[in-house]
Write a protein that binds this ligand. Structure first.
Ligand code: SAM
Ligand code: SF4
Length: 448
């Protein structure tokens, strides 16, 4: 039996791909070890969304240039797909390079490696099927990812994903629902549906379901208590999704809707296919929903040609929407992308300045919004226990972290735990990134 180590960089799609890769390797007789030093096979599942992310894998590989003798190295994921066989030249101790569209061929590639193959590749994007495997080895015992669509057919001017993950491939609704039912049977409480653009999901079977229909059906699977989804593209985001959330509390009241910029002219240059006004219409659907829906987003600052006035538009958007949280990035030039051709690249220091202003503004919004929750009672799904703070780690349906103390169970012990249950918690404190509180235990309820 051989041992392997895998390190994953990047998004949830990569994290879930790695779970499938691990399951596949274990099914082939490999054993996972926690340190690269202990492994015969060292795998890096890589991210190339920004230059910094891409460089990480090369730093890791450099660490083993001299002391990696006897080990086999493999580069998987987006950097593998983007750089292809060039990786063998840059890091000659690498023996396998494979993009995510080739993972179905992993068993074959492993056989080639075991036979001493030195340049094993899986780089074809010519694949009309999503990667499905019965061997996924999930990391979290309560929350499970399910990929519903792979790849991306959009062409955002800054983005490498269409080049690294290939064209869109949706799974059949039957296969998604079978996986969801199986997860419920195994005791998973939460399902997170994944795709680069879940809203363009189209069931390839004759059922022909769209995303909202699939979301409703997953929300009705017996035993599943929470369903989340990510990521949504505003262009394909329809009101049916909000109606589905309104109709079923199992569907979490949180939507991540990346805007990228508050300026319609920047959005046009980014080829995002919507204007600020069209985006705001989607925000209005959420604000007018029956349930309180929290909204989060992604923003890029310093896209080529972004003027001070464009940036001001983005800041004004933050005030208008009042996001619950956001991921913000400095624009990073990526290979193959059309933005490379654009004029007026923004200086690095200016990008940093804009990023700091944006983040400061958002921090103030989060403090204000979270403070408004103090005194309310929220339902928290318990994900863990923090020894250092003596608090249970909870998450609300809105995706807020809510850490809390429990009057009857200060810590897990002797088989007693709150992890995996849902608790009512009174919010007593609020910070910019999380809430804290205490569990509400009815006097008559001596159950933990
Ligand atoms: N498909 C999703 C979408 O459309 O929002 C997510 C794509 S990506 C994994 C996540 C985020 O990274 C994007 O929403 C964008 O804000 C950011 N991003 C992508 N390319 C970038 C680039 N070249 N420079 C800086 N940020 C980038
Ligand atoms: Fe990239 Fe745009 Fe596709 Fe998202 S929708 S993965 S940002 S090309």
């Amino acid at each position: 039996m051989q041992t392997f180590y895998i390190e994953t960089f990047g998004c949830q799609m990569n994290a879930h791909d790695s779970e499938k890769v691990v399951g596949t390797l274990v099914a082939q007789g490999y054993r996972q070890v926690p340190k690269p030093e202990e492994a015969d096979l060292v795998l890096y599942n890589t991210c190339s969304i920004r230059d910094k992310a891409e460089q990480k894998v090369f730093h890791r590989l450099d660490d083993f240039k001299r002391n990696g003798k006897g080990k086999v190295f493999g580069v998987l994921g987006c950097v593998a797909q983007q750089e292809g066989e060039k990786i063998f030249d840059r890091a000659p101790h690498v023996s396998m390079v494979a993009g995510s569209a080739s993972y179905a061929k992993l068993p074959e590639m492993l056989v080639q490696l075991e036979a001493g193959g030195r340049r094993v590749t899986g780089l074809s994007l010519d694949n009309d099927q999503a990667f499905e495997t019965p061997f996924t080895k999930r990391d979290n015992p309560h929350r499970a990812y399910i990929t519903i669509i792979e790849g991306c057919d959009k062409a955002c001017a800054y983005c490498v994903v269409p080049f690294t993950r290939g064209p869109e491939r949706s799974r059949t609704s039957e296969s998604v629902l079978n996986e969801a039912r199986e997860l419920a049977r195994m005791g998973y409480a939460e399902i997170q549906l994944l795709g680069q653009n879940v809203n363009s999901y189209r069931d390839p079977s004759s059922a022909g379901w769209d995303f909202a229909r699939l979301l409703r059906a997953v929300g009705e699977v017996d035993g599943i208590r929470r369903v989340r989804f990510t990521t949504s593209h505003p262009r394909d985001f329809v009101k049916d999704i909000i109606d589905a959330i309104d109709d079923n509390p199992v569907l979490c009241n949180h939507v991540h809707l990346p805007v990228q910029s508050g300026s319609s002219s920047v959005l046009a240059r980014m080829q995002r296919l919507y204007t600020r006004e069209e985006y705001m219409r989607r925000i209005d659907w959420m604000k007018n929903a029956r349930r309180d829906i929290t909204i989060t987003t992604d923003i890029i600052v310093g896209f080529p040609g972004e003027t001070e006035a464009d940036f001001e538009d983005t800041l004004a958007l933050l005030d208008e929407v009042e996001y619950d949280s956001l991921f913000s990035f400095k624009y990073s030039r990526r290979p193959n992308t059309s933005a490379l051709e654009l004029a007026d690249h923004v200086a690095e220091e200016e990008k940093s300045r804009r990023l700091a202003i944006l983040q400061e503004k958002q921090r103030a919004i989060q403090i204000r919004r979270n403070s408004a929750s103090v005194g309310t009672i929220e339902e928290a799904f318990v994900e863990g226990y923090n020894q250092a703070t003596g608090q249970w780690i909870g998450r609300t349906s809105e995706n807020r972290t809510l850490n809390f103390v429990h009057p009857q169970l200060a810590a897990p012990g002797e088989g007693a735990t709150l992890v995996g249950s849902t608790r009512s918690v009174r919010v007593t404190r609020a910070g910019p990134n999380s809430l804290a509180g205490e569990a509400v235990v009815p006097v008559s309820d001596d159950r933990l």
